[in-house]
Design a protein around this ligand. Structure first.
Ligand code: UDP
Length: 320
């Protein structure tokens, strides 16, 4: 099997590439290196520098490929509300280019990196895949739109897909194989780490008056190596069952912002400089996944996602 990993030089993409290589699957990475980084590339994977807005480059990259994992997307929620046009062009137009190139090249298996952002502000706190989808930001809208296009491409063109709705991706490969740090991170863990290594003076905790035990938001933090293994299983499932699925990827366990901050201080034996700030617009109090369906369908279970491992694996990369 040869798999094209679109966005394979990025944070999640590089972990997916490693998991595929570790499973003896041949990998070709396609990435424009806008946020992906050369340092995340593996010598044992082919690399094509290209952009998903370039249809000819995609047709060329798809030559001889059995399936595609697509992770090339813009993902900053706040930016998506300020510059929806960038998100429309990259996440929607770019993905449609990719799907159209797949139709032309007769590549029928597609693993899509979707997001819990498709759910918006659900009234449920534990989300399974039947919870209604109502994105409240443009980023989440782009992910949902692509899932809907995929439904049609499945029916009309036989593209079988697995859409993986990630919860909060965190952590780094424990063998230290992936070293690229995200530039200008907006997410909690990298911001805590930048503070821990002294690159950032302090950070804010957005809200301490939520209806949760300590007042801070609760999320489902899933180790990126666990996310990566789900992509391998998804490709194996597609080739064996030729069937489309939409799956949440989370642990089912909720952790509050303060719990993460305190555990980081304890494990790294340091004191983090933070303050409580206003709630961030659009943040639900609690979001956790039901991981039941992914287990039933793929036999997938997180094995790297305990908090200590998440913190230590991330810190190691930040420290070096
Ligand atoms: N958060 C925070 N301070 C920050 C960044 C994030 O308190 O500087 C909180 C945020 O409000 C949310 C949680 O950390 O409750 C996770 O946020 P992140 O942006 O990492 O992921 P999201 O859940 O928005 O996808």
């Amino acid at each position: 099997m040869r798999i094209l990993v679109v966005g394979g030089a990025g944070y999640i993409g590089s972990h997916v590439v490693k998991a595929l290589l570790d499973s003896n699957i041949k990998v070709r990475v396609f990435d424009n290196l806008s946020t992906g980084q050369e340092i995340n590339l593996f010598q044992t994977a082919e690399f094509i520098k290209g952009d998903i807005l370039d249809s000819d480059a995609l047709l060329n990259a798809l030559d001889g490929v059995d399936g595609v994992v697509h992770l090339a997307a813009k993902k900053a929620v706040g930016e998506s509300m300020e510059h929806p046009e960038k998100y429309a062009q990259n996440n929607i137009t770019g993905t449609l280019n990719l799907l159209n190139a797949m139709v032309q090249q007769k590549v029928n298996y597609f693993v899509f990196s979707s997001s819990a952002a498709v759910y918006g502000m659900p009234k449920e706190t534990v989300l399974d895949e039947t919870v209604p989808v109502h994105p409240i930001n443009f980023y989440g809208f782009t992910k949902l739109e692509i899932e809907r296009f995929l439904g049609w491409y499945d029916r009309l063109k036989g593209i079988k897909f697995i859409s993986l709705r990630y919860f909060n991706a965190v952590g780094y490969d424990e063998t230290g194989a992936i070293k690229g740090l995200e530039k200008n991170p907006q997410n909690l863990l990298p911001i805590i780490m930048e503070t821990a290594i002294g690159q950032r003076e302090s950070f804010s905790i957005f809200g301490n008056d939520y209806p949760t035990p300590d007042g801070t938001c609760i999320r489902d933090y899933i180790h990126v190596s666990d996310l990566a293994s789900a992509h391998v299983l998804a490709l194996q499932y597609l080739t064996q069952n030729n069937q489309t699925q939409i799956l949440n990827l989370g642990t089912g366990r909720g952790l509050s912002v303060l719990e993460i901050v305190k555990k980081t201080e304890e494990l790294l034996n340091l004191s983090l400089n933070y303050r409580f700030a206003d709630r961030r617009h659009g943040d639900p109090a609690i979001l956790t996944a039901s991981a039941k369906k992914a287990k039933e369908v793929l036999g997938w279970e997180p094995t790297h996602s305990d908090l200590e491992n998440i913190i230590r694996s991330t810190y190691r990369v930040y420290q070096s």
